[in-house]
Design a binder for this molecule. Structure first.
Ligand SMILES: [Zn+2]
Length: 161
């Protein structure tokens, strides 16, 4: 009897705790943000539209591997490594708002990476948010649907609560 209760407890811990550990947080600290474009074959990212100047926070703790401008239409952008080959990337940020540098350790929901802007090819203020398996844009790396990594927590926009 004791043994079976213990087995059930272990099974519960695996089903509840492990998926939770895989989750990440919404990267825009504004509940009025909304998804303006989801992930599909021609847009391997989520676009989160919100007011210019809204703080952008990392989806998980990690280390910045790039902060600056790239000629990839993303304008000013920040890439964060979360370990185990998982990366997230934040595009179109406002140049003057960049608050981190390569090598900087960042904390989930508490470090401000930058603020929402419209740099690069953006037509209006929004965050273009990508999740990568492998270093962003390196050969062999690929993007995955960010939705699978984001929980339904505090930063989820009100439309999706
Ligand atoms: Zn986009």
């Amino acid at each position: 009897m004791r043994r079976s209760i213990r087995a059930i407890a272990v099974a519960l811990a695996i089903t509840i705790i492990l998926p939770a550990a895989a989750l990440a947080h919404w990267p825009v600290a504004n509940r009025y943000a909304y998804v303006s474009q989801t992930y599909w074959s021609k847009h391997k990212a989520y676009d989160i539209a919100t007011d210019k100047g809204t703080a952008i926070v990392p989806m998980r703790s990690g280390k910045v591997v790039f902060a600056g401008h790239k000629r990839n239409c993303g304008g000013y952008q920040i890439w964060v490594s979360h370990g185990n080959g998982l990366y997230s990337a934040y595009y179109h940020v406002r140049k003057a708002s960049i608050n981190v540098w390569r090598g900087k350790r960042v904390r989930d929901q508490s470090t401000r990476l930058a603020r929402v802007g419209a740099s690069g090819c953006a037509t209006g203020p929004h965050l273009h948010f990508e999740v990568w398996r492998g270093f962003p844009w390196a050969s062999g790396s690929y993007r995955v649907n960010p939705w699978g990594y984001i929980d339904s927590g505090y930063y989820l926009p009100y439309r999706y609560r």
